[in-house]
Write a protein of this length. Sequence first.
Length: 191
Amino acid sequence: MSDLAGGDPWPGRRSALARSWWALVIRGLIAVAFGLVALVAPTVAVATLVLVFGAYALVDGVFAIIAALFALTRNDRWGPLLLEGVIGVAAGIGAWAFPVLAIEVFITLLAVWAVITGGLMLAAAFQLDTGHGNWMLGLGGLVSILWGVLLWDHPNLGAWVLTIWFGAYALLFGSALIAFGLRLRQRRRGA
Protein backbone atom coordinates (compact mmCIF):
# COMPACT_ATOMS: atom_id res chain seq x y z
CA MET A 1 0.00 0.00 0.00
CA SER A 2 1.29 3.44 -0.87
CA ASP A 3 2.24 5.81 1.91
CA LEU A 4 -0.33 8.28 0.58
CA ALA A 5 -3.20 5.80 0.11
CA GLY A 6 -4.79 6.83 3.39
CA GLY A 7 -4.10 3.63 5.33
CA ASP A 8 -0.66 4.59 6.56
CA PRO A 9 -0.75 6.59 9.82
CA TRP A 10 2.83 7.85 9.26
CA PRO A 11 3.27 8.77 5.58
CA GLY A 12 6.83 8.54 4.35
CA ARG A 13 8.13 6.39 7.18
CA ARG A 14 9.36 3.66 4.85
CA SER A 15 11.42 6.06 2.76
CA ALA A 16 12.73 7.82 5.87
CA LEU A 17 13.82 4.52 7.39
CA ALA A 18 15.42 3.43 4.12
CA ARG A 19 17.30 6.74 3.87
CA SER A 20 18.76 6.22 7.34
CA TRP A 21 19.93 2.63 6.70
CA TRP A 22 23.50 3.75 7.37
CA ALA A 23 22.63 4.80 10.95
CA LEU A 24 21.41 1.26 11.68
CA VAL A 25 24.59 -0.22 10.20
CA ILE A 26 26.83 2.12 12.24
CA ARG A 27 24.90 1.26 15.43
CA GLY A 28 25.34 -2.40 14.59
CA LEU A 29 29.07 -2.09 13.88
CA ILE A 30 29.66 -0.29 17.20
CA ALA A 31 27.68 -2.98 19.04
CA VAL A 32 29.64 -5.78 17.32
CA ALA A 33 32.97 -4.08 18.11
CA PHE A 34 32.04 -3.70 21.77
CA GLY A 35 30.77 -7.29 21.85
CA LEU A 36 34.10 -8.57 20.59
CA VAL A 37 36.04 -6.55 23.18
CA ALA A 38 33.70 -7.76 25.93
CA LEU A 39 34.20 -11.40 24.96
CA VAL A 40 37.97 -11.15 24.53
CA ALA A 41 38.71 -8.93 27.55
CA PRO A 42 35.67 -8.85 29.87
CA THR A 43 37.47 -7.23 32.81
CA VAL A 44 38.68 -4.39 30.61
CA ALA A 45 35.20 -3.94 29.15
CA VAL A 46 33.36 -3.68 32.49
CA ALA A 47 36.01 -1.39 34.00
CA THR A 48 35.82 0.80 30.92
CA LEU A 49 32.03 0.99 31.16
CA VAL A 50 32.17 2.13 34.77
CA LEU A 51 34.90 4.70 34.10
CA VAL A 52 33.19 6.07 30.99
CA PHE A 53 29.86 6.32 32.80
CA GLY A 54 31.52 8.06 35.75
CA ALA A 55 33.26 10.57 33.49
CA TYR A 56 30.10 11.20 31.48
CA ALA A 57 27.91 11.69 34.57
CA LEU A 58 30.46 14.05 36.12
CA VAL A 59 30.86 16.21 33.00
CA ASP A 60 27.11 16.20 32.32
CA GLY A 61 26.46 17.23 35.92
CA VAL A 62 28.94 20.10 35.75
CA PHE A 63 27.33 21.42 32.57
CA ALA A 64 23.86 21.12 34.12
CA ILE A 65 25.08 23.19 37.09
CA ILE A 66 26.52 25.79 34.69
CA ALA A 67 23.18 25.89 32.85
CA ALA A 68 21.41 26.36 36.20
CA LEU A 69 23.66 29.31 37.03
CA PHE A 70 22.93 30.91 33.66
CA ALA A 71 19.21 30.35 34.21
CA LEU A 72 19.50 31.96 37.64
CA THR A 73 21.05 35.11 36.13
CA ARG A 74 18.13 35.32 33.67
CA ASN A 75 15.53 34.77 36.42
CA ASP A 76 14.49 31.49 34.74
CA ARG A 77 13.65 28.28 36.54
CA TRP A 78 16.99 26.93 37.67
CA GLY A 79 16.10 24.47 40.45
CA PRO A 80 15.60 21.33 38.31
CA LEU A 81 18.82 22.00 36.40
CA LEU A 82 20.77 22.43 39.61
CA LEU A 83 19.30 19.23 41.06
CA GLU A 84 20.12 17.36 37.87
CA GLY A 85 23.66 18.69 37.98
CA VAL A 86 24.24 17.77 41.61
CA ILE A 87 22.90 14.25 41.02
CA GLY A 88 25.11 13.90 37.92
CA VAL A 89 28.25 15.02 39.76
CA ALA A 90 27.43 12.71 42.69
CA ALA A 91 26.81 9.78 40.34
CA GLY A 92 30.10 10.40 38.53
CA ILE A 93 32.13 10.65 41.70
CA GLY A 94 30.26 7.68 43.16
CA ALA A 95 30.99 5.52 40.12
CA TRP A 96 34.71 6.23 40.46
CA ALA A 97 34.78 5.95 44.27
CA PHE A 98 32.51 2.88 44.56
CA PRO A 99 32.86 0.94 41.31
CA VAL A 100 31.30 -2.29 42.66
CA LEU A 101 28.12 -0.47 43.66
CA ALA A 102 28.19 1.33 40.34
CA ILE A 103 28.33 -2.02 38.56
CA GLU A 104 25.32 -3.31 40.53
CA VAL A 105 23.31 -0.21 39.68
CA PHE A 106 24.55 -0.45 36.10
CA ILE A 107 23.37 -4.09 35.87
CA THR A 108 19.89 -3.08 36.98
CA LEU A 109 19.74 -0.15 34.57
CA LEU A 110 20.96 -2.32 31.70
CA ALA A 111 18.31 -4.92 32.44
CA VAL A 112 15.52 -2.35 32.42
CA TRP A 113 16.91 -0.62 29.32
CA ALA A 114 17.29 -3.88 27.39
CA VAL A 115 13.72 -5.00 28.11
CA ILE A 116 12.18 -1.62 27.23
CA THR A 117 14.17 -1.03 24.05
CA GLY A 118 13.75 -4.66 23.01
CA GLY A 119 10.00 -4.38 23.44
CA LEU A 120 9.93 -1.22 21.36
CA MET A 121 12.04 -2.82 18.63
CA LEU A 122 9.77 -5.87 18.61
CA ALA A 123 6.70 -3.64 18.34
CA ALA A 124 8.35 -1.70 15.51
CA ALA A 125 9.06 -4.94 13.64
CA PHE A 126 5.33 -5.71 13.62
CA GLN A 127 4.21 -2.16 12.83
CA LEU A 128 6.70 -1.03 10.19
CA ASP A 129 5.97 -1.85 6.58
CA THR A 130 9.48 -2.09 5.15
CA GLY A 131 8.65 -4.88 2.74
CA HIS A 132 11.36 -7.32 3.78
CA GLY A 133 13.57 -8.01 6.72
CA ASN A 134 11.30 -7.04 9.61
CA TRP A 135 12.08 -10.37 11.24
CA MET A 136 15.69 -9.20 11.69
CA LEU A 137 14.55 -6.12 13.61
CA GLY A 138 12.20 -8.33 15.63
CA LEU A 139 15.03 -10.76 16.35
CA GLY A 140 17.15 -7.89 17.67
CA GLY A 141 14.26 -6.87 19.93
CA LEU A 142 13.72 -10.42 21.17
CA VAL A 143 17.43 -10.85 21.94
CA SER A 144 17.35 -7.55 23.84
CA ILE A 145 14.36 -8.65 25.95
CA LEU A 146 15.90 -12.05 26.73
CA TRP A 147 19.19 -10.46 27.70
CA GLY A 148 17.44 -8.00 30.02
CA VAL A 149 15.50 -10.79 31.72
CA LEU A 150 18.69 -12.81 32.21
CA LEU A 151 20.42 -9.82 33.80
CA TRP A 152 17.47 -9.15 36.08
CA ASP A 153 17.19 -12.79 37.09
CA HIS A 154 20.92 -13.31 37.83
CA PRO A 155 22.38 -10.00 39.10
CA ASN A 156 24.81 -11.61 41.56
CA LEU A 157 26.77 -13.63 39.05
CA GLY A 158 29.26 -10.84 38.85
CA ALA A 159 30.64 -8.34 36.42
CA TRP A 160 32.48 -10.97 34.43
CA VAL A 161 29.31 -12.86 33.53
CA LEU A 162 27.54 -9.56 32.85
CA THR A 163 30.25 -8.61 30.43
CA ILE A 164 30.13 -11.96 28.65
CA TRP A 165 26.34 -11.64 28.34
CA PHE A 166 26.72 -8.04 27.22
CA GLY A 167 29.28 -9.11 24.64
CA ALA A 168 27.07 -11.89 23.27
CA TYR A 169 24.05 -9.56 23.30
CA ALA A 170 25.99 -6.80 21.53
CA LEU A 171 27.18 -9.23 18.86
CA LEU A 172 23.68 -10.57 18.16
CA PHE A 173 21.97 -7.18 18.46
CA GLY A 174 24.60 -5.49 16.29
CA SER A 175 24.48 -8.22 13.68
CA ALA A 176 20.68 -7.92 13.47
CA LEU A 177 20.92 -4.14 13.02
CA ILE A 178 23.62 -4.47 10.36
CA ALA A 179 21.59 -7.05 8.44
CA PHE A 180 18.42 -4.94 8.68
CA GLY A 181 20.24 -1.74 7.63
CA LEU A 182 21.88 -3.45 4.66
CA ARG A 183 18.54 -4.95 3.67
CA LEU A 184 16.98 -1.47 3.73
CA ARG A 185 19.88 -0.13 1.67
CA GLN A 186 19.40 -2.90 -0.89
CA ARG A 187 15.65 -2.23 -1.02
CA ARG A 188 16.21 1.53 -1.42
CA ARG A 189 18.65 0.99 -4.28
CA GLY A 190 16.17 -1.30 -5.96
CA ALA A 191 13.37 1.27 -5.66
